[in-house]
Each structure stands twice: as structure tokens, then as C-alpha cells.
Design a protein around this ligand. Sequence first.
Ligand SMILES: C[C@H](O)[C@H](O)[C@H]1CNC2=NC(N)=NC(=O)C2=N1
Length: 96
Amino acid sequence: MKKLTEQEIQSKLEQLEGWEYKDDALDTSFQFENFKEAFSVMVRIAFEAEAQQHHPEWCNVYNELQISLSTHDADGVTEKDFKLAHSIEQIVDSGE
Ligand SMILES: C[C@H](O)[C@H](O)[C@H]1CNC2=NC(N)=NC(=O)C2=N1
């Protein structure tokens, strides 16, 4: 999978509110009501990540979830990261 240029990334980010390009990755963070809400979203993201064979780097502390998406094989951001980011948005939105 081809690594996207910074220009391509910034242009695609216009369709992805709340995400930014930082340290060669797509980054975002969420705050949920509590740990149970955060972890149930993480479980749903985990199943989707397995289906896509593309996995997040993430950090959860109580009700906070920070996510960083990059493609190790390409040493940068690819379409795979945008695909997973959009899936994550759908999963989070569907729980609101
Ligand atoms: C063989 C397997 O598909 C690869 O190792 C996948 C697994 N999940 C992955 N996830 C992420 N985020 N980047 C990768 O390059 C990657 N590679």
C-alpha cells in the first residue's frame, strides 16, 4: 500500500472531523461517560480492526481513548488508515 503525501493526507482529513496528522500518523481522542462506554467501543473497534487486518495504536485511561493510526509496512499513512478511521467514526457515532 502506497504511503500518502502530506498534501493528500491534509486533503482527506477535511472529511474526517476531529482527526489530525501528527508524527506520521492520524491521531484523535475521545472522551466517554465512563470506562465501560470506552471499553465497549474499543471492543467493537477491535473486531473491525481484525476484519480489516489493520490495527490501531491506542491508549485508554478510564473514560479517555487516544488513537493513532499508521501503516508500519509503508512507514506512514495510507488509505488503510483512512478506511479504519472512518469505521471508527461510525462505531463511535452509532453509540451516541
Ligand atoms: C500481515 C498483516 O496484515 C500486517 O502485519 C498488518 C497487520 N496490521 C497492521 N496494522 C497497522 N496499523 N499497520 C500495519 O502495517 C499492519 N500490518
